[in-house]
Design a protein around this ligand. Structure first.
Ligand code: SF4
Ligand code: SF4
Ligand code: SF4
Ligand code: FES
Length: 911
């Protein structure tokens, strides 16, 4: 072998290996395949996939070693000092050609006409090695394709039994929905016992589809949608939950045909190589025929098409009339947690500077207003303290009020990875949700008793000397008040209030407090209560008392629901703050914004969503401008919402479909969907990520910021921007926490706020040195338990809770138009414990009535012990059996969030 030149790899421990006559220093724990790949040496593989265990099943990556003998699989050959290998000899090429010919003999499809050509690793290698397709008489055709699920199919004639899909399901998804069945020639990939995938634990995440190196596993919507080589590939950010997954789309100019995880997981810091069923399969609403393409104006009760000019002139005229007659505060507006940061910024600027009111809010009011209020008081700002990928490194995780695997599926996988790495998992949730299977302790508290059990844990922590004294002394204040309050919550008393076993509560307290890095994950089960802010403060107390804030893999982590609910809050789509949580009633701040925006600005905080609806019912709000929100499904006590919206003199709705709210509108303005625009979203971990346009929008739909800008012109307040990037830069100029987030700096990694200037790399976890309060200290708050507003009684004996499910999203405007999702999960349901079902003589699937003091719905019963006796649960997504007909609009006085998570209800068997 020729004299080698040594190249260096930056690792702590390295060895020297020689590959194809060149010497390399490589990590001592690498395989030969990894060493080769790292240095750009092409070794063919089919069964190997980054992130999965090596199985050496395909025998393609064979290499020859200096010792001679049979070639060895590089993917399972560890490097050692002085090892010398050849990767491209004639013998190896012959062997690989032969292996490929054998694989293809089982494959009775014609690679030349296969749609997957260009995306099939097997076909690529077949061409590279110039294989003879007819060398061997093939098998093939033995098995019927697996097509009995709505999402993807498995064509066994294209399967090479490499096992990547089985491993992906097991190792990445922590599931075993598919495996190898049969023996010898009868071996195939299938669910156990050849059942339908819909009868297994499959979550239809598509991880198996993405891992398949051939065309065997293919999304159904991809079939017949064109040859791989004719399609473009563009990655952008998912429009569903707050995880903020980066997704790669295959598309033509105007149609998306497929989605997958990105090729290089390093370009997807929020999700790496994972995503969920919605990101993977529920994008087809973008292509839907019912998309709005033209402005609509209501005339004599009917909607008719109009030009942009007419619709915007009319909208401006009607809004101006209301302002002239009743003042600017007679109009209110809803911004949107699904729109971009730039659109929310422009929208709230329009409402404040062009129209003259602070009546701006959005659906964060209904999910995490109490987080903003609670964490703001305790720490100085209301956001997730740590990052998505830190969860896997925690030593203990406390999940409460979050159905993580369904509502934030990719973060659910992070938790499962942490558990695999040895973390203790404590779940506090009344329901037996999926993540309960991984929990070391599951405390099933009575809904609405959170302050009691958190104070109980703190009582144990204080009693048993588990407080992190140094942290408390140096980084916090008001600890005495906490001590006094939690002294009244011994575990036995908590057991009486919350139904949580006293000993288990002690165990949970020790498990959490004794961990080096303990992370709290919570969501709407904590926030949507009349005590929402106090619930959040209680969790903040727990983290501060044990020193679990301000360090990696710990913290207090509110999981934000919608893709850009964090950004909409950050950018001032709230009635009391400008962008960057700067108070509108602070005269100095107000003056600064007046100068920035060259306008007189109102100083009084405006109305929240629920207050807007009440004001509409009582006639003080006369007009509303709704951008991309659907209060007719998302808000509590829908009968009141409808009454309020119907009372309005003028309602304009800007959306991508005629939503339930748009059905009541006087004007509907067609907007572009996420895949049709640029701008940024801020995910739950405070990461600002850029969107890339994937396809052209249908008809005359415009970007929301363009529409708002054109409306502003009609108010003699020009808001002209040449591009969305100009808005990104304006945001940076007026929003200190976004100060360094200018368009030029944003790549796929995004940046996490606070990011104060252009040299600031952003912040992975918050409060490393000090909290964000004026004195830099975190503040304890003694919070007392109070009963929820409504508790069960003789008339309404059940505790009703509502929430999300995996397959649908928010008000179903998008997932309700996804073919596969609707085939799979078309109907709503109410979860009912078997004991309760028996007591009421109700069968699984039977349609029943559920009523509260506010309304009644009919809905099929799902009899399951996921819910405890006396509790019922309804996913809130379905307008036809809307849980929010029943929910309680009583507000948390501090954050004005409604008590959506608990109210009294009754059930009835229908005739
Ligand atoms: S879709 Fe996901 S859960 Fe289902 S078999 Fe594939 S990897 Fe497993
Ligand atoms: S379906 Fe695809 S990934 Fe699974 S074993 Fe077959 S070829 Fe491999
Ligand atoms: S819905 Fe959430 S977890 Fe699923 S792909 Fe989209 S961002 Fe990721
Ligand atoms: S990649 Fe090594 S044996 Fe398949």
């Amino acid at each position: 072998m020729a004299q080698a030149e040594t190249r260096h790899t930056e690792t702590a421990e390295t060895v020297e290996v020689t590959i194809d006559d060149e010497a390399y220093e490589v990590a001592e724990d690498a395989t030969v395949l990894e060493a080769a790949m790292e240095h750009g040496i092409d070794v063919p593989t089919l069964c190997h996939m980054e992130g999965l265990e090596n199985t050496a099943a395909c025998r393609l990556c064979l290499v020859e070693t200096e010792e001679g003998g049979d070639p060895v699989a590089a993917c399972s050959l560890p490097v050692e000092d002085g090892l010398t290998v050849e990767t491209d000899t004639e013998r190896l090429r012959r062997s690989r050609r032969n292996t490929l010919e054998l694989l293809l003999s089982e494959n009775c499809v014609d690679c030349l006409t296969c749609e997957q050509r260009g995306g099939c690793e097997l076909a690529d290698l077949a061409y590279e090695y110039d294989v003879d397709m007819d060398q061997y008489e093939g098998g093939g055709g033995r098995f019927e394709p697996m097509t009995d699920n709505p999402y993807f199919q498995l064509d066994h004639d294209r399967c090479i039994l490499c096992g990547r899909c089985v491993q992906a399901c097991d190792e990445v998804r922590h599931n075993s929905a598919i495996g190898f069945t049969g023996r010898g020639m009868e071996t195939k990939v299938a669910p156990p016992l050849d059942r339908s995938l819909t009868e297994t634990e499959c979550k239809f995440c598509g991880q198996c589809v993405d891992s398949c190196p051939t065309g065997a596993l293919t999304a159904k919507d991809r079939l017949g949608a064109g040859r791989e080589e004719d399609l473009e590939t563009t990655s952008t950010i998912c429009t569903y939950c707050g995880v903020g997954c980066r997704i790669e789309f295959k598309h033509t100019d105007d149609e998306i045909v497929d989605a997958s995880i990105v090729d290089d997981p390093d370009t997807a810091p929020a999700n790496g190589d994972r995503m969920c069923v919605k990101g993977r399969f529920a994008w087809d609403f973008v292509n839907d025929d019912e998309r709005l393409t033209q402005p609509l104006i209501r005339e004599d009760g009917e909607l008719r098409e109009a030009s942009w000019q007419e619709a915007l002139d009319y909208t401006a005229e009607r809004l101006q009339e209301i302002r002239e007659e009743h003042g600017a505060d007679a109009v209110a507006g809803l911004a949107s947690a699904t729109c971009t940061n730039e659109e929310n910024y422009v929208y709230q600027k329009f409402m404040r500077a062009a129209f003259g009111t602070n009546n701006v809010d959005h659906c964060a009011r209904l999910c995490h207003a109490s987080t903003v209020a609670g964490l703001g008081r305790a720490f100085g700002s209301g956001a997730m303290t740590n990052s998505n990928q830190e969860i896997r490194d925690a030593d203990a995780i406390l999940i409460t009020g979050s159905n993580t695997t369904e509502a934030h599926p990719v973060l659910g996988l992070e938790v499962q990875e942490a558990v695999e790495n040895g973390a203790d998992l404590i779940l506090v949730d009344p329901r037996e949700i999926e993540i309960a299977d991984d929990a070391d302790l599951h405390l099933r508290q009575t809904g609405g008793t959170d302050i009691a059990w958190v104070n109980g844990m703190l009582n144990v922590i204080l009693e048993e000397g588990l407080v992190e004294e140094e942290f408390v002394a140096e980084r916090t204040e008001n600890f005495e008040a906490l001590k006094e309050t939690v002294a009244d919550y011994p575990p036995e008393k908590v057991e009486e209030i919350a139904g949580v076993d006293a000993e288990k509560l002690r165990e949970a307290a020790r498990m959490y407090a004794e961990a080096d890095r303990a992370s709290i994950l919570y969501a709407m089960g904590i926030t949507q209560h009349s005590s929402g802010t106090d619930n959040v403060l209680a969790l903040a107390n727990l983290a501060m008392a044990t020193g679990n804030v301000g360090k990696e893999a710990a913290g207090v982590n509110p999981l934000r629901g919608q893709n850009n609910v964090q950004g909409a809050c950050d950018l001032g789509a709230l009635p009391d703050v400008y962008p960057g949580y700067q108070a509108v009633d602070d005269p100095e701040i107000n003056e600064t914004f007046e100068a920035h925006w060259d306008a007189d600005l109102p100083e009084e905080p405006g109305l929240t969503i629920t207050e807007m609806i009440d004001a509409a019912r009582f006639g003080t709000v006369k007009g509303m401008y709704v951008m991309g929100e659907n209060p007719m499904v998302s808000d509590p006590h829908l009968r009141h919402v409808e009454e309020g919206l119907e009372e309005l003199e003028f309602l304009v709705v800007q959306d991508i479909f005629v939503s339930e709210t748009a059905e009541l509108a006087d004007v509907i303005l067609p907007a572009k969907a996420f895949a049709e625009k640029e701008g940024t979203f801020t995910n739950t971990e405070r990461r600002i990520q850029p969107l890339t346009k994937v396809v052209d929008a249908p008809g005359d739909a415009k970007e929301d910021w363009e529409i708002v800008g054109e409306l502003a012109e009609r108010f003699d307040y020009p808001m002209e921007y040449d591009s969305v990037h100009e808005i990104t830069d304006e945001i940076a100029a007026v929003t200190p926490i976004y100060g360094g987030i200018v368009a030029d700096r944003l790549d796929e990694q995004g940046l996490q706020w606070p990011c104060e200037d252009e040299d600031d790399p952003g912040t992975k976890f918050l409060y490393a040195d000090e909290f964000n309060r004026e004195n830099g200290l975190g503040e304890f708050h003694g919070v007392e338990y109070l009963d929820p507003d409504e508790i069960p009684d003789d008339e309404y004996p059940f505790r009703l809770s509502t929430g999300r499910m995996l397959y649908h999203f928010h008000t179903r405007t998008m997932t309700g138009r996804s073919r596969a999702i609707m085939e799979h999960v078309p109907d709503p349901y109410v979860e009912l414990n078997p004991e309760d079902a028996e007591a009421y003589d109700i069968e699984d699937g039977e349609r029943i009535a559920v009523a509260s003091r506010r309304g009644e719905i009919e809905i099929p019963a799902f009899v399951t012990d996921r819910v405890p006796e006396g509790t019922i649960f309804i996913p809130f997504h379905f307008a036809e059996s809307a849980a929010n007909e029943l929910t309680n609009p009583t507000l948390d006085p501090k954050s004005k969030i409604p008590e959506l998570k608990v109210c009294a209800a009754r059930i009835e068997k229908l005739d």
